[in-house]
Design a protein around this ligand. Structure first.
Ligand code: ADP
Length: 324
């Protein structure tokens, strides 16, 4: 793994001309060589953050440092970053090879050198056989791989990916995400991947940065963010948790820690969904919606139906206090 190419946001703010504050005084250190997912609902400031790092958007306040060098005022090509655009951004009239070689052509690199390098990148993404095709002769997943090769040809220290999998069907999305992760491990460079999908972030990220309302709500290793959400927002957004009111504040309890007992909190079953390994039991406990994920064998020993009353129990030790 490389070292020294940390990327740092220092009190970064993005204010658009219409007055919208898309990113509000955000500071964060992205460790060199890590796979980071910027996760949050639509409109929370993920893309603005990514575009400022790439240099496609100006920074209103603050600074962006890469390898301790302030890159905030540099043009995109001079930063050491590269952005993977969506597949539709491939030039339709250029072959796969020429698409990948494009930025080297702009730099004045001679044809044989840039073709050789383009072929190396195409091999990396396993697209060398399709070098002479035009983009519209490729599937969606193949176009994504070409877009990836095109971004990587500049040897970036940081690759920026804006919702790279959102245009793919679910099957391909999971395959491509495996390939992205493998590629990042092989290259050892930093990937910063914007997504609004919790599953995608959990599957890929060494670090998850959860954004909400133009600020970072929580950042940390994927497992930490999922196991120990700091706020109600993160608990609800990451999913898999119930938020309940306790005297003195709110707490989260994981859906797979809730059990049906012979005594406990009384609740009414609203819906029963068979999910294979688990059965998801949606219940109403007072005003709260509580989801219980019951291992399927345990559920079918004593099945429940919508409308039935049940007692919910959990180990107090598994309650996790949330910040107000
Ligand atoms: P996300 O990627 O999380 O969906 P964005 O960074 O695209 O969020 O947007 C954050 C906020 O900034 C939103 O309220 C959005 O409407 C606003 N915004 C984004 N781009 C522009 C722009 N070019 N001009 C004005 N407002 C913008």
């Amino acid at each position: 793994m490389r070292t020294g190419h940390d990327l740092e946001l220092v009190h970064v703010t993005k204010r658009y001309p219409n007055g919208a504050v898309a990113v509000d005084n955000v500071s964060h250190l992205f460790q060199a060589g890590s796979y980071v997912c910027l996760l949050g609902p639509s409109g929370c400031g993920k893309s603005s953050t990514l575009r400022m790092i790439a240099g496609h958007e100006t920074v209103s306040d603050g600074a962006i440092l890469l390898s301790n060098r302030d890159v905030s005022a540099l043009p995109p090509a001079k930063r050491g970053t590269a952005m993977m655009f969506q597949s539709y951004a491939l030039f339709p009239h250029l072959t796969v090879r020429d698409n990948v070689a494009f930025s080297l052509k702009m730099k004045g690199v001679d044809r044989s050198t840039r073709d050789k390098r383009a072929m190396e990148l195409l091999e990396l993404v396993d697209m060398q056989r399709h070098q002479d095709r035009l983009p519209d002769q490729l599937s969606g997943g193949q176009q994504q791989r070409v877009a990836l090769a095109r971004a990587l040809i500049t040897d970036p220290q940081v690759l920026l990916l804006d919702e790279p999998l959102s245009a793919l069907d679910p099957f391909l999305r999971i395959r491509m995400r495996t390939e992205l992760k493998k590629l990042q491990r092989e290259l050892g460079i930093t990937f910063i991947h914007v997504t609004h999908g919790q599953d995608e972030a959990l599957a890929l990220a060494d670090e998850i940065v959860v954004m909400n309302n133009a600020v970072i709500e929580q950042a940390g290793p994927a497992r930490d963010v999922w196991m120990r959400p700091r706020s109600e927002f993160v608990a609800r957004f990451m999913g898999g948790h119930n938020v309940i009111d306790l005297a003195g504040g709110k707490a989260a309890i994981r859906a797979d820690a809730v059990r049906i007992g012979t005594q406990g909190q009384s609740a009414t079953v609203i819906n029963v969904e068979y999910q294979g390994a688990h059965v998801a039991l949606a219940t109403k406990m007072g005003e709260s919606d509580i989801l219980a994920l019951i291992p399927e064998a345990e559920f079918f020993e004593n099945p429940k139906n919508p409308g039935e009353s049940v007692f919910l129990t959990w180990d107090e030790g598994r309650l996790h206090r949330l910040q107000a």
